[in-house]
Design a protein around this ligand. Sequence first.
Ligand code: ADP
Ligand code: MG
Length: 704
Amino acid sequence: MDRPASNILSSPIEYLNGISAIRGDLMRKEIQVFTFRDLLDYFPLRHVDKTRVDQIKQLSPAQEYAQVAGKLMSLELIGQKRARRLVAQLQDATGTIELVWFQGISWVQKMLQPGQSYLVFGRVGFFLGKAQMAHPEIEVFRPELASGKSFLEPIYPSTEKLKAKGLHGRAIGKFTKDLVDRLSPADIPENLPEYILKQYQLVNRFEAYRSIHFPSSDTHYRQAVRRIKFEELFFAQLGIQLLRIDRHRNSRGWMFEKVGDYFNGFYQHHLPFPLTNAQKRVLKEIRADLGSGKQMNRLLQGDVGSGKTMVALLSMLIAADNGFQSVLMAPTEILAQQHFNSIRAYLSDMPVEAALLTGSTSGRDRKKILNDCLEGHTHILIGTHAVIEEKVQFKNLGYAVVDEQHKFGVAQRALLWKKNSLPPHILVMTATPIPRTLALTAYGDLDYSVIDELPPGRKPVQTSHRTEESRPQVMDFIRQQIAEGRQAYIIYPLIEESSKLDYENLMKGYEEVKSFFPEPKYWISMVHGKQPADQKEANMQRFVHGDTQIMVSTTVIEVGVNVPNASVMVIESAEKFGLSQLHQLRGRVGRGADQSYCILLTGNKLGHDARERLKIMVSTNDGFKIAEKDLELRGPGDVEGTRQSGMIQFKLANIVQDKAMLEAARNVVADLLEKDAQLILAEHLPIRQYLLERKDKTRWARIA
Ligand code: ADP
Ligand code: MG
């Protein structure tokens, strides 16, 4: 490559004819276009076929944009001061259309001449049955356009300020045309290997950039879009996967070499049920990590009830087999308590010591627990964030399991790191399904396991949608279930943490529920975010122990609480909840052997998206399907837990619509790195050169 890296594309846009310093400033400010490269990357919104001219008489209100050609019959200034406007009549063989300008009047006035023919493009409106265009784009009509073959003219996104300086959507095309004409293939060198272009039938990069602006046909345009999308997804994947390789290379961790008596003894004699295939597979993935000598950093996803706790326990037993202690951290006291109870029950006949440490552990117990941890008597310490506080010291901590990733931040990580001379292995478990497409882009640098199978014999929760008038019948249904010994949740939305209205709704709801279920025949727990912690805890515990039959609550119970006897989940104002929240809430029931029900109560008036959400909830229990739908409805930017969002912002590619291409890019990158992680093969030279050229711009291009 004899061309210096700072090629023509680094030139400031003022080097193009017609871009003055003032226009240049505006383009930098308004659309962040600084250089030729930026302009090349500024893609048109759409193309207009300049050879297709509409007849004025044929224009109809149904048509959004139109292009007409005709003679300018008149040009008049009308009105005074703020009502001042410039009005022109344009006539073709079939009729006349009115053109109106409210701004930039003197500029337009200077440009247009009555008697001259013009080509006019714009949004058509109708006023008193007459066609009209406000602020159309207009240029002198050249008859050769109408005769030649089709010419697709790019129309670019513009802004009010740009338009005021004559840089409207069509005008920008003059500059891109000038730019594209100046470039040769060497200025836009290929950055994908030949074999990938062949395999995916992609047009070359120069061709793509030229055709995305100035396609010679629709087909050429589509090929250009496809090529550029692929390139975007390919390099995003390459960045993520290189990061991951880099992390693996540099993250020394404890070596858990063997699987010993703790694991084997438990697995052979105390396992209460056979593992599902998904649990087995995930356990294998974790085991491989723990034995690799690198620090594990793995995200474990599994829908509610998929059996993540057992996977956590088994992997903690491997730690114990290798002389290491483990912590299991839960986001709330109740959850920590539940984990402790189930793990202690699983371990009842095993010589494995588990302890529970939370904010409410008494002083005396705390002292003993801290001492046991320090001495190494405790194999597994379960608790809230209390387990990683400074005061808690271990003899040899090697493994940390974190339940629910959202609450586990950088600060907690830092605390964990200090507990031993090497950082412990980390397993983050989450029941919030992350759609695969998002996981591939946003979380692609994390190792990632999925339990995509529920234990056998589960009865899927039956979900229905009811409107408010059916509330009495819903209450009757709850009464029946309670008569059969079951319990029920009734959830009210909490839209804003501090909204008074939400609490008023909750209180009103509580009173109403009470009128349906009077004491002393029925007892009701109520839990919400404004309660003092101990009161909340007490109310939860009463429900957990079956002392109350109904739990009225805001979404505070969303995360993890386990009451297998509860069989009804009623969600009030369900239209106000997001999909993932609805799914999480529904996961509170269906945990026992009995058939469970989820009833979504709403008003009668529902928006399109709300209706879609309810429909999908009624139609499936599959958290991943729901997450995909959520992504589709809300767009990638909004999905909870989206990390490193920069990685999922593409100019053209869309991880929902271009899912198949994303998968392809991911696979192609994985194969490529498997073969040549250093990118030193000759066939990968284009990639390497491209990364080097962009090194200053991308934080992830660490190869050199
Ligand atoms: P989650 O993934 O939501 O944390 P849990 O670990 O709490 O799920 O498991 C949910 C329930 O399923 C528990 O009662 C657990 O004992 C049970 N369970 C887990 N794995 C299996 C299995 N392989 N077969 C049968 N039941 C299982
Ligand atoms: Mg769990």
